[in-house]
Ligand binder design. Structure first.
Ligand code: ZN
Length: 228
């Protein structure tokens, strides 16, 4: 029996991965992290979606220790989300170590469940400038987990080379465009669906959706070429 663990935030990307995984694996388990994030409404959204989509299990893990250590606009309500980059070239929503911690915990959970795949919705193409969304990082994490637990593990990244328009095309192909558009939460200000429309996460999501809806045939063909 094939089993996968999906790192699931309740946002557009991870929900798309989750729905795809449900079609590809016999058993799909979700794991959601509570790190005291600014947009903590996403945890409730993830719980609702997890039960609606009938996951084999859905674990919500308290990792508020990350909030204490990692200072970012996503972990401090006192730091406003900026559309400008910081001096080091990263957005101020970057949470250092977040995906290192999440993939480590998801890998441990997969080990316990006997699952050989961990799925994450990270993406290098439209990656918001986060270094822990790059392919090289994911490959290094996979290697570290395999070495450290002496077990075969694949970290699968179905969206790695897709842009946001292609991710919407994938949602449509999975017959879930409306569900993902209206029932997920990507907005840093915690507003479901189309969101606040002005934060960096909303802008990226909105531009991708407009691009997809205006050029459906072209974007679907691009997606097919990337064999998704
Ligand atoms: Zn927003």
């Amino acid at each position: 029996m094939s089993k996968a663990v999906v790192v699931f935030s309740g946002g557009q990307d991870s929900t798309t991965c989750l729905i795809q995984a449900l079609q590809q694996f016999d058993e799909v388990h979700g794991i959601t992290f509570d790190y005291g994030q600014r947009h903590r409404q996403e945890i409730e959204i993830a719980k609702e979606l997890g039960s609606k989509l009938k996951l084999a299990s859905h674990k919500v893990m308290d990792v508020t220790l990350l909030n204490e250590l990692a200072i970012s606009a996503l972990t401090r309500d006192s730091i406003p989300v900026s559309n400008e980059l910081m001096e080091n070239g990263l957005p101020n929503t970057f949470v250092p170590g977040r995906n290192i911690l999440f993939l480590t915990l998801a890998g441990i959970y997969a080990y316990q469940l006997g699952a050989d795949t961990v799925i994450t919705g990270v993406c290098e193409t439209d990656f918001s400038g986060y270094p822990d969304c790059r392919n090289d990082f994911v490959k290094a994490m996979q290697n570290a987990l395999e070495q450290g637990m002496d077990k075969k593990l694949t970290i699968s990244t179905p969206l790695m080379w897709l842009d946001k328009a292609e991710t919407w095309a994938l949602a449509d192909k999975l017959q879930s465009l409306d569900l993902i558009r209206h029932e997920t939460l990507t907005c840093y200000n915690g507003i479901k669906g189309d969101g606040c429309g002005t934060c960096p996460a909303c802008l990226l999501r909105k531009r991708g959706l407009e691009d997809y809806l205006n050029n459906k045939d072209t974007v679907q063909a691009q997606l097919a070429e990337k064999s998704c």
